[in-house]
Design a protein. Sequence first.
Length: 147
Amino acid sequence: MSDVITSRSGKRNQLLLPRMIERFNLITTSLLTTGSWYVVDWPFAQSVLVGGALASGSFFLTKRTAMRLVHYATTAKDDEQRSSKSLLAGFAVKFYARLVILAVILLLLNTRFSINAIGLIIGLSTIMVSIIIVVLFQGRMIFQENT
């Protein structure tokens, strides 16, 4: 995530790939929500939308924490390197706390509201599909530039 990526305009940007993933995920979630509303029905589309929103929020928070960790690790001095283990442990605790909170939210959604499980799974998988497509597309562009 801390790799510097050169955009088509020649600008170096450290956050280009995560931003592209977020944008592509918004497009994917909206297309899947609209398509499922058209093909199935509105409650199914709501489930896709809720799953996509939860996955996007989780990705955004994890990205923000990881970027802070990388920034601290790259700017830390030798004396501060010892505290990087505690920072890494804090990252792991935050990650698992978010995972538990996400599980509780999913449990509450499943028990309190009528949510379609298949639609929810489709919505939750949008971030993974977005990551795979954007990374493969970027890798292909980098490979073509080097040949």
